[in-house]
Design a protein around this ligand. Sequence first.
Ligand code: BG6
Length: 310
Amino acid sequence: MTELEREAAALQERFGQPRGQPGPVAFTVSPLGGVVATLTVGVASAVVALQGAQVLSWVPRQDQPDVLWCSPLSRLGLGKPVRGGIPVCWPWFGPHADAALALPAHGFVRAVPWAVESADLRPGTASVTFAVSLTAAQQAVAGDVRARLRVNLGSDLEIELITTNNGAVPVSLTEALHTYFAIGDIGAVSVAGLAGQTYLDQLTGLDATQSGAITFDQETDRIYWDTSGKILRIQDEALGRSIDIGASGSASTVIWNPWHEKAVRLGDMPPDGYRTMLCAETANVGPRNAVSIAPGDTHTLAARFKSAKI
Ligand code: BG6
């Protein structure tokens, strides 16, 4: 038995078989090279890597393609986040506000192992909860905060990123559930729900206002501010499906597609991979939508995805 197989077996023993019954969650070694939890409820399944508590796959019905996109070039266990699924950006989104600290983009926890905290089955819903703590050096930068990620699989998929401030002073943070959706063709997809919203175009540094639905014919990297309560719809004519994205505890939405040149520069994405993915990120981006958490308090950022045939 390899070390990864031993880890998967120990988790299976502890969380995978409550009361001796086959449980809602199975722990195995993924072909990508790390331990994953597979949740199954009826015809729906989801796969979550312990590395980064990163959801890698969500198939709501077996006759449907995966709703999440994952780069065929990514592997687990290389100290890099997987390019795809739902990376967890925490406790900051994008580059750190203090460039002099030379910290990694999108926070500390995308490529580190998270601990499994619990696995439960309620009628119609399987859930698994992961937790991660910061080191003392990381706390010196980000505060005494702890994150839990809860994945709830039913007929829809719900992800909750729960931050607790264990320190004695308020903490301000930014964050994102950086979801890569699988689409049929980037040229035949639209994202509705943000008309009239102000956004920062990260490519030009300019502010703009969204008119109508978002469509794509070039690299796109936008932070939409103050999007609380908005429901987005990805309308995918090529795959004949829609994906609705609901959220709570989220005040920003990020829309990203690297297009061809940046996909090549990234190195962990096939050059034409940008055609079949689209990131629609449920976020709180600073400075405008940073979250402040009082000592002892908790903040939950949640995303809910619903997929349907059109
Ligand atoms: C998006 C950002 O959220 O993530 C982009 O808006 C960034 O600017 C992208 O390029 C991917 O980031 P990374 O660190 O996963 O390459």
